[in-house]
Design a protein around this ligand. Structure first.
Ligand code: HEM
Ligand SMILES: *[C@@H]1O[C@H](CO)[C@@H](O)[C@H](O)[C@H]1NC(C)=O
Ligand SMILES: *[C@@H]1O[C@H](CO)[C@@H](O)[C@H](O)[C@H]1NC(C)=O
Ligand SMILES: *[C@@H]1O[C@H](CO)[C@@H](O)[C@H](O)[C@H]1NC(C)=O
Length: 511
């Protein structure tokens, strides 16, 4: 009898659980439907391409060539169009300077529908934070990018680059094209570890390499998750194989971060190290983070600290990797510009054996070519916001608070009224005369406004040193059988890598 009672109550329990799940699901569905209605109403005055009844525009966004698909939509729908990922998430996709200004000159928060996917990985660091805490962290970390801090990095960038170029010297002897993306990634991570995280002279170790692989996996999975609405729910995602791979790669990345923090804390115990830090006029990034506890009155909790380290570790190397790789691709594609850049850097170097800080300002043609590369191949092709107050655009159309915005930097940089013949690579677009008078929001590789890139000076310096040294050591040319296929993976990557032929220039190589 006792057992019968138990099975009765179990089946009753099962029934209750079933009813509860049903109610929660219904409630969730209702919530989604209401939200959909609200977003759809807000987007009413912004027509967009036809939508699939279930997927919205998700299919078009997932396919290769999706970036150029949006460019074709931009021609069809001036200023902006609605963009649906499934049925419940609708963005206003914008790609026009005045539209970009209306939103990005303000400090609206990042869209949680996209940026919350970062939480498991990089936590609430500068990239994801908003409100007073974001402001506090931004103010705290800005001195870590002071120009006196950046100056000595020139030599570090050069060291890491030489290590890569020596590796390339061997590969080039095989007389075949090879994919440069991965090597550039290792070099950029090596630089970052030394500059920002105070790693000694030793190059990347086994753990750094594992971290590097993990980031490549994480960015791939994240982009796929953003574009696949059925992966948006955490509970469902963590149950899928992709979700589990994501968690595992996060684990690897966190292990790496913890190690970096632990090593620095250990060093801080050491009195000699402490003296060295006190003698330095400017603290580096990790000093600031760890010192923040007692000095400026702001205390960073352990999880804040880890989030910032995770954020900078990722943002600080994956972006420049993309920038440098696409730059070298452009040089291979346009030998005449390659030649001009090389002549310029040869002249600047003269008979010195390394570049100095002041040299960076003299690299004018190279800088124009870097900017033109950023225009056509923006390392960060798309960023998202959620409005915290209504906005009215120049043409009178408006959006209410809570609306989601996607800024398509890739399409913005191809607006033909600002950039005539947008597909043509023309560095002179960035000559001082041509820059004056251009809309300040027509070119936004580092975003703009209060939430712009904190590392842009660091990035530009790295880009210049690395590319100048590459051009001095090698001549770059295309492999016509393996042209890159653009693919957004948080940063702009190539689906099949970036394969180039390298010819060593023995006569004048910097050592
Ligand atoms: C070519 C290189 C780079 C490009 C194109 C780039 C681009 C960007 C863009 C577009 C944003 C805005 C992101 C958004 O709104 O979601 C951003 C933010 C950010 N970047 Fe960069 N970045 C580069 C290099 C770097 C480097 C080297 C660092 C650090 C060392 C860095 C650290 C950050 C951080 C922390 C943020 C968030 C800033 C905030 O919201 O206050 N970036 N970057
Ligand atoms: C390009 O910009 C101009 C001027 O800002 C604007 O009128 C035009 O609609 C834009 N074109 C596209 C395709 O967004
Ligand atoms: C991370 O570190 C822990 C403990 O040090 C270890 O057990 C775990 O296997 C590591 N995970 C990965 C993915 O490396
Ligand atoms: C400005 O840009 C145009 C078109 O790219 C170019 O022909 C012209 O030479 C540039 N002007 C200067 C001063 O560089």
């Amino acid at each position: 009898m006792g057992l019968g009672f138990l099975s009765l109550s179990l089946s009753r329990l099962g029934l209750w659980a079933f009813v509860a799940i049903l109610l929660i699901s219904l409630f969730k569905l209702l919530h989604l439907l209401l939200r959909r209605q609200k977003l759809a109403r807000a987007l009413d005055s912004f027509p967009g391409p036809p939508t699939h009844w279930l997927f919205g525009h998700a299919h078009e966004i997932q396919q290769t060539g999706s970036l150029d698909k949006v460019v074709s939509w931009a021609h069809q729908f001036p200023h902006a169009h609605s963009l649906w990922l499934g049925q419940f998430i609708g963005f206003l996709n914008i790609y026009e300077p005045d539209y970009a200004k209306a939103v990005y000159s303000r400090g609206d928060p990042k869209a949680p529908d996209v940026y919350d996917f970062f939480l498991q990985w990089i936590g609430r660091g500068l990239l994801v934070l908003d409100g007073p805490k974001w402001f506090q962290h931004r103010k705290l970390l800005t001195p870590g990018f002071h120009y006196d801090v950046l100056k000595p990095y020139v030599a570090v960038f050069a060291d890491s680059t030489h290590a890569m170029l020596d590796k390339w010297e061997k590969k080039a002897r095989e007389d075949r094209s090879f994919d440069i993306f991965c090597d550039v990634g290792h070099m950029a991570l090596d630089s970052l570890m030394k500059c920002t995280f105070g790693k000694g002279h030793s190059g990347l170790d086994h753990r750094d390499n594992e971290y590097h692989q993990a980031v490549s996996k994480l960015t791939l999975l994240m982009q796929q998750r953003i574009d696949s609405f059925y992966y948006h729910n955490d509970f469902i995602y963590w149950l899928t194989p992709h979700g589990r791979q994501f968690l595992k790669a996060c684990q690897t990345a966190h292990n790496h971060t913890d190690e970096v923090i632990r090593k620095r804390k250990e060093a801080l115990q050491n009195e000699k190290e402490q003296e060295k830090i006190q003698q330095r006029r400017h603290l580096d990034f990790l000093d600031i983070l760890l010192g923040a506890r007692d000095e400026s009155g702001i205390t960073l909790s352990d999880s804040d600290l880890r989030a910032e380290v995770d954020t900078f570790m990722f943002e600080g190397h994956d972006t420049t990797t993309s920038g440098i790789s696409w730059f070298l691709y452009c040089m291979a594609l346009y030998p005449e510009h390659q030649e001009r850049c090389r002549d310029e850097v040869r002249e600047i170097l003269g008979d010195k054996d390394s570049f100095q800080w002041d040299d960076l300002g003299k690299m004018t043609y190279l800088t124009m070519c870097i900017k033109e590369t950023f225009r056509l191949y923006p390392p960060v092709p798309q960023v998202y916001r959620q409005l915290n107050k209504p906005v009215t655009f120049v043409d009178g159309r408006s959006l209410p608070e809570g609306s989601l915005i996607s800024l398509h930097i890739y399409a913005l940089h191809r607006n033909s009224s600002v950039w005539p013949d947008p597909e043509v690579f023309d560095p002179l677009r960035f000559s001082p005369e041509n820059v004056t008078g251009r809309h300040p929001y027509a070119f936004m590789p580092f975003s703009a406004g209060p939430r712009n890139c904190i590392g842009q000076q660091f990035a530009m310096n790295e880009m210049k040193v690395v590319t100048a040294l590459c051009l001095l050591r090698f001549e770059f040319s295309l492999d016509p059988s393996r042209l890159p296929i653009k693919m957004p993976q948080l940063v702009l990557r190539s689906k099949n890598g970036i394969h180039l032929h390298l010819k060593p220039l023995g006569s004048r190589s910097e050592k």
